[in-house]
Design a protein around this ligand. Sequence first.
Ligand code: SF4
Length: 683
Amino acid sequence: MRGERIKKTKTVCTFCGVGCTFDVWTKGRHILKVDPQKESPANGISTCVKGKFGWDFVNSEERLTKPLIREGDYFREAEWEEAIQLVASKFKELKDQYGPDSMGFITSSKCTNEESYVMQKLARAVIGTNNVDNCSRYCQTPATMGLFRTVGYGGDAGSIEDIGNAGLVIIIGSNTAEAHPVLATRVKRAQKLNGQKLIVADLREHEMAARADLFIHPKPGTDLVWLSAITKYIIDQGWANESFLADKVNGFDLYAKSLKDFTLEYAEETTGIPQEQLIQIAKNIHESDGVCILWAMGVTQHMGGSDTSTAISNLLLVTGNYGRPAAGAYPLRGHNNVQGAGDFGSAPDSFPGYEKVYDDKARAKFEKAWGVKLTKEKGLNNHEMIESIHGGSLKAMYIKGEEMGLVDSNINVVHNAYEKLEFLVVQDIFFSRTAEYADVVLPACPSFEKEGTFTNTERRIQRLYQVFEPLGESKPDWEIITEIANRLGANWDYRHPSDIMDEAAMLSSIYAGVTYERLEGYKSLQWPVSKDGKDQPLLYLDGFHFPDGKARLHPVKWTIPLDFGEEYDIHVNNGRLLEHFHEGNLTYKSKGISEKTPSVFLEVSRELAAERGIKDGTLVRLTSPYGNVKVKCVITDRVKGKEVYLPMNDSDEGAINKLTSSFADKDTDTPAYKETQAKLEIL
Ligand code: SF4
């Protein structure tokens, strides 16, 4: 380190969709400090504990630094030349033998936009399949579906700043203070300084619930019912925004009729929320000048996750809370680049820019640009890929930057599927649980070691700059994918991620005006970005994203939540911890963070603790029909009755995904992680 100069580099946090940016000060590979910049519109305030202290993993001795090739039960180190040649020749062999649809490709919502673009291009243009997906299938796809159905774009209606300026914020099924901490700070500040009202609906009385003007606790899986009852009550009271509906929305009469059964009495009986509270929420919405609704996995990870997301958007349409500042729908993206992964075509039915693979005009455009014939059949999503492996039709997978072997639901079934694959390539920065099943493991770089762009929850596109050289022989994902594509006969000439962005911007109307120059330093753009570089922080000012410019009210029905049977009498809610990122494979490797929070714990209510004789620190086993976990208990007022809370940030004995089932949202196949029940025994 001696003699090495101190360097300052701007980068973007990868631990959640808020997309905080900061300067990182380094000397050699030593991180001196993280310095949040006030001029950054995404954070504006600071970073949270993960953004500040969560980066030790980049220098971890456990990093993959050379390609690995399986030899029987072991892996041996290999040179890049051998590994790339093996991957390319095996892909070719399998394609020739079984056809292109025998392969599946998983992009990553942690990697850059440019890396998502080249991965889906490899699948579509080089292999010839639309079997490409990303991990937003596990979390936010139902929210996107709800918005696509009703307003046309799947992204947040406005900016994080709009949330701060709203008169009323409603948070549903989101542990915002821990999962999106800096955004939560904006709400806390608005409560204090602007008198903003806050309503929270959740199973758990987390920090934002405790701060709310009104906290409601619906029975698990009943959000659609109380949302629809409130919407009906608003219409019945004559509080609907009639001029907005007449000018800008289709389908009101049919939608209003569909609400017939959602009376306050029915809602109280089904959800357990007293009618007076439902009326209070309706009144607050009616009286507020600007309502923002924020939601996350507590809504989406259900059998009816898309329908509940749709119900949220319907409520905002009926009350005219779209197309103006400080209002609208704000699904909170979990990973840093969930939004970007979808924007750049990491989905089985969409090209970059959300044009559909079965749309002849769109396909012709991409065929011309890529110089190949493309298939119009919708591909498999990641849930269907696992089923297709078990069914025998999917023979190979290429998984980039996703720990599917831990984060998919019902992971025992997933592991059995991997064992059946003829060929599995895993590309990551650590040897993951998924990599244990791989034939080839390719060492990639984290965000600090590459350039590119991310798109955060408010559709904000930001650049990251290289802090360090890649560790060992690891390489940026876009470079590895480009090498594989070219070995398979493609002729890609990308020398820098900006070359990829230039091509993608040419093909995607929502990124049309994006260039690296326009994103220089702390500059950012929010899509859609027109060719002249003008962006749109606020959507729907000039109408909705449908041919006639009008939104569409979309009637929905309630799906009764899963019931695992009487024996499984504990409802297992799950979510995040402030200190850890996802399954924890990065943050447990960051010393300060892992010392503070070394493992997950099960939150147990006082009632349940008294009934079962549980104390703080008691070790229990939770068993569902799909597997079991062992975890220590913490007794708390945050949960009630037989509802417990198990953070998802564990990759070992406490991994929630051992308990969750293969049941999924009926419209998107997002697993119903939140509909999990178990029996509890003291060990
Ligand atoms: Fe990173 Fe999210 Fe924390 Fe910001 S709020 S520092 S993006 S984890």
